[in-house]
Design a protein around this ligand. Structure first.
Ligand code: ATP
Ligand code: MG
Length: 581
C-alpha cells in the first residue's frame, strides 16, 4: 500500500495496490496532519472494505510513489488517464464547520483539462474554493457536502457564476471528507439544446395556435401532425388521430385527387369552398391547401383546412342585405305611391255604400227629389249583386292597404316607441295570438302542434319596439305552423328557445316541418317571395321581419337547419339584460 502526496506535504493521496482490484477511482486522499496529530506509527486505512496498514514513516511523495510501487506501464497508464483525460478532473477535501455543515472545500489535485477549462493552475492546490473563487455559489459546496456525507455519487448539470459556464458534473466520494469531481463544459451544448427546445416550442405554438386545421401525413396517408383546431373541428383528439389513415377521417376521393395532382404537378393545390369533406360535418365549408414536403428531408404532405363557413355566410348575408335594401327601398317607394290611390278607392267605395244606404235622411231626401224609392234601389242592388261587388272592392282595398302598410316598414323608419319588456311575456302573447288566428283557419289545426316553451328563459329583458318584435315572432310561428302541418298531421312540434350571451339576445323558433331547400334559403327574405298558393300568402312576412330586425333593431336574422331536421330561424338582438339589472 502506497500513498500519493503533494509536494507541500499537507495533502496526501494514495492508491491501493492496483493489481488487487483497485482502480484509480479508489485513490484515497487524506491529510497528513492527521497522522502527525495522532503521532502513531501505524495507521489503519480502509479502502473498499479492506484494511491496510500504513507505516507513516514510509509515506512517500507522489513523485516517489510513481517510482516505487507501480510498474512503469501502470504508472503511465493511470497518469495519462488523470492527466490527459478529455474531462476535467479534480479532487477535493470538504471542510465542515463545528455543526457539521459543509462550508468550503480544498483543491487537492487537478488535471490538465481542469486547468484548460477553468483557467486555474496548480497554485490552487491546497487552497479553498472560496479563497480562489469567492463568487462560488453555496449550491456547489452544499451539493458536494451532501455527497461526501451520504457517499452517494451524483451526476447533475448546473451553471457556475464563477466561470460563467454550464457544467455537466459527476461527483463521487473518495475517503473520509475527500471527493472527486469529473466534469465538462456544456455551455455551448446547452445553448444549442435550449435554442432547439425554444424553436420546437415556438413551432409547436405556431401550429397549435393556427386558426386553421393543420394535418401532416406521410406518403402512406398516416397522420403525423394534428393541431388543436383539427381536434376541435373533427372532435378527434390528437392522440387518437396520430397514426390513423387520413382517409378514414376525411372524404377520401377529394383528398385522393388533390394529392395526386399535388404529386404530379409538384405544386400547391388549393381548393375553394369544399363542402362535406370531414365525415360527420356537413355544415362546414372549407378552403383546402395541400403541399408536398421536401422528399430529401421527410416524405409526406401538409394539409391546411380553413373553415370559411362564417365568411361565406357573411358574404351571402351582405349580398342579401344589399339586395334587401334596394328591393325594400323600391317597395317602400312604390307603397308610398300606391297608398294614395288605394286610399282613394277605399274612401270611394265606403262613400258609395254610405250614400246608397236608406239609413241616412240626406240620402232619402235626395232620392225623393228624383222620385226614386231607396228601398227598391237597394233591392235592385242586392238582386244584381252590386253590393257584393262593392264589398269585394272594399275587401281588396283593405288587403292592398294592409300590404302597403307592411311595405312601408321597409322605409327604414320605425313606427313604434322602444320599451323595456320581458321577452318571455312577449313570446306568450305571440302564442296566444297565433292560437286565435288559427282557430279561425281551417287549414291548420294549431292545437295538434306541440309548442315547447320550456327553453324560454324567465328573466331576459329586451329593449325593443314590442309590437314589431311581436309581429316578427307571430310571422315565424305562423310560417312554422303552416310548414309543420303541410308535412305531418299528428306529431308537429315548434320550439321557442331564448338565450343570452354577453349582451346579445338569441331567439330561436324551430320546427319539424319539411325544412327549406338550400337554393331557396337566400330568397325567402325577399319581399313577395312565397311558395304559398295565390291569396294564401303575400310573401311579405319574412321580408318585413328582416327589416324590423336588421334595420329597426340593429340585429340579425338567419335561417338554418334545426335540431329537429326542419327549419330554425335565429334572431339576434343587441342590448339584452337580465331582469332586475
Ligand atoms: N318554417 C318554415 N318552414 C318551411 N318553409 C318556410 C318556413 N318559413 C318560411 N318558409 C318559406 O318562406 C316563404 C316566405 O315566407 P314569408 O313569411 O315571407 O311569406 P309567406 O308566409 O309565404 O306569406 P305571408 O307571411 O306574407 O303570409 C314561405 O312561403 C315558405 O316557402
Ligand atoms: Mg309568413
Amino acid at each position: 500500500m502506497n500513498f500519493l502526496m503533494d509536494n507541500k506535504n499537507n495533502i496526501l493521496s494514495s492508491s491501493g495496490n492496483f493489481s488487487k482490484g483497485l482502480s484509480p477511482l479508489d485513490f484515497v486522499v487524506f491529510d497528513i496532519s492527521e497522522f502527525n496529530q495522532k503521532n502513531e506509527k501505524n495507521y489503519s486505512l480502509e479502502i473498499k472494505g479492506k484494511k491496510y496498514k500504513v507505516d507513516v514513516k514510509k509515506i512517500k511523495t507522489s513523485e516517489e510513489l510513481y517510482h516505487i510501487n507501480i510498474s512503469s506501464e501502470q504508472k503511465d497508464f493511470y497518469k495519462n488517464i488523470f492527466k490527459e483525460s478529455i474531462l476535467a478532473i479534480a479532487t477535493h477535501r470538504m471542510i465542515f464547520d463545528e455543526k457539521g455543515q459543509p462550508v468550503d472545500y480544498i483543491f487537492t489535485d487537478i488535471n490538465e483539462e481542469f486547468k484548460n477549462l477553468t483557467g486555474l493552475n496548480s497554485d490552487v492546490l491546497g487552497k479553498t474554493v472560496l479563497e480562489t473563487l469567492p463568487e462560488t455559489e453555496k449550491f456547489w459546496i452544499k451539493k458536494y457536502g451532501e455527497i461526501v456525507k451520504t457517499g452517494k455519487s451524483e451526476r447533475f448539470q448546473n451553471y457556475s457564476v464563477a466561470f460563467d459556464k454550464w457544467f455537466d458534473v459527476f461527483v463521487f466520494k473518495n475517503q473520509k471528507d475527500f471527493f472527486t469531481t469529473v466534469f465538462r463544459d456544456i455551455t455551448e451544448e446547452k445553448k444549442t439544446r435550449d435554442d432547439l427546445a425554444y424553436t420546437k416550442d415556438f413551432l409547436d405554438n405556431i401550429i397549435s395556435s393556427m386558426p386553421s386545421m393543420l394535418i401532416g401525413i406521410d406518403k402512406d396517408y398516416k397522420i403525423n401532425e394534428w393541431n388543436v383546431k383539427a381536434s376541435e373541428i373533427t372532435g378527434i383528439p390528437e392522440e387518437k388521430a396520430l397514426g390513423k389513415d387520413l382517409r378514414d377521417i376525411i372524404e377520401s376521393h377529394i383528398i385522393q385527387n388533390a394529392l395526386t395532382s399535388c404529386d404530379k404537378e409538384n405544386s400547391v393545390v388549393k381548393m375553394d369552398r369544399v363542402k362535406g369533406l370531414i365525415n360527420g360535418r356537413n355544415d362546414l365549408i372549407l378552403e383546402v391547401l395541400i403541399y408536398k414536403l421536401d422528399e430529401n428531408i421527410k416524405d409526406g404532405y401538409v394539409l391546411i383546412l380553413s373553415d370559411i363557413s362564417e365568411r361565406i355566410h357573411l358574404q351571402e348575408m351582405m349580398i342579401q342585405n344589399e339586395k334587401m335594401i334596394s328591393v325594400g327601398g323600391l317597395a317602400a317607394g312604390m307603397a308610398h305611391e300606391i297608398n294614395n290611390p288605394i286610399s282613394g278607392i277605399l274612401q270611394g267605395v265606403q262613400n258609395i255604400k254610405r250614400r246608397l244606404s236608406p239609413d241616412f235622411a240626406k240620402n232619402i231626401a235626395a232620392a225623393e227629389r228624383f222620385d226614386i224609392d231607396l228601398i227598391k234601389l237597394n233591392d235592385f242592388l242586392d238582386d244584381r249583386k252590386i253590393d257584393l261587388f262593392l264589398d269585394g272592392i272594399e275587401e281588396s282595398g283593405f288587403r292592398a292597404a294592409n300590404i302597403i302598410s307592411n311595405m312601408l316598414q321597409f322605409s327604414g323608419k320605425s313606427a313604434g316607441e322602444r320599451k323595456q319588456i320581458i321577452l318571455k311575456e312577449l313570446i306568450e302573447r305571440v302564442y296566444e295570438l297565433a292560437s286565435n288566428e288559427f282557430d279561425l283557419s281551417k287549414k291548420v289545426d294549431f292545437k295538434k302542434i306541440q309548442v315547447d316553451m320550456s327553453k324560454v328563459e324567465e328573466d331576459i329583458m329586451l329593449h325593443c319596439v314590442d309590437t314589431e318584435i311581436e309581429q316578427v315572432l307571430l310571422n315565424l310561428v305562423i310560417n312554422a305552423a303552416h310548414a309543420v302541418f303541410s308535412h305531418r298531421k299528428d306529431d308537429g312540434r315548434i320550439n321557442f328557445i331564448t338565450k343570452r350571451k354577453d349582451d346579445k339576445i338569441f331567439i330561436e323558433v324551430e320546427d319539424n316541418g319539411p325544412g327549406i331547400d338550400e337554393t331557396l334559403k337566400t330568397r325567402i327574405f325577399e319581399p313577395f317571395f312565397t311558395t304559398k298558393e295565390a291569396g294564401e300568402g303575400t310573401g311579405l312576412g319574412l321580408s318585413v321581419s328582416y327589416f324590423i330586425i336588421k334595420e329597426h333593431h340593429g340585429g340579425d336574422i338567419y335561417v338554418s337547419t334545426g335540431e329537429m331536421e326542419g327549419t330554425r330561424f335565429t334572431i339576434i338582438l343587441p342590448g339584452g339584460r337580465k331582469n332586475g339589472k
